[in-house]
Design a protein around this ligand. Structure first.
Ligand code: THU
Length: 132
């Protein structure tokens, strides 16, 4: 793990404290590294209409993209659990959309798992499938 990886995990842990999760009580933090060097954090934001909930990973990615980042180099996600938390299917699809090559998963005990995009979502549906 690089120093940048450690910084990403630390930021994901920090913003996890802001999670809005009154329904699940499962707080998640994420952080992404933009090509500019900037780090963007995000937490899960739940809703009484459950399906409208936004996961931490998507909050962080959308924050980076809407701040003008065109490339995202890495993402970290952190939650409390016996093993590092794993991104849901919807977030995997969004991670694939922006071709984020390096995925870090961690828990509060600092167990860390690293994956490539191909390991996270093999055979992802992508722009090439539409355009041909
Ligand atoms: N959640 C995330 O934010 N990221 C994940 O990778 C897994 C799930 C959130 C969604 C919901 O607010 C709560 O965790 C329980 O599913």
């Amino acid at each position: 793990m690089t120093e940048t990886d450690k910084k990403l995990i630390a930021e994901a842990k920090r913003v996890r404290e802001f999670a809005y999760c009154p329904y699940s009580k499962f707080a998640v933090g994420a952080a992404v590294l933009g090509a500019s060097g900037e780090i963007y954090g995000g937490c899960n934001i739940e809703n009484a209409s459950f399906s409208v909930t936004n996961c931490a990973e998507r909050t962080a990615i959308f924050k980076a993209i809407s701040s003008g980042e065109e490339d995202i180099l890495a993402i970290a996600v952190v939650a409390e659990g016996a093993a590092p938390v794993t991104p849901c299917g919807a977030c995997r699809q969004v991670i694939a959309e922006f071709r984020i090559p390096h995925i870090l998963m961690a828990n509060l005990a600092d167990d860390v798992k690293e994956m490539t995009l191909e390991e996270l979502l093999p055979g992802a549906f992508s722009a090439e499938d539409i355009i041909g």
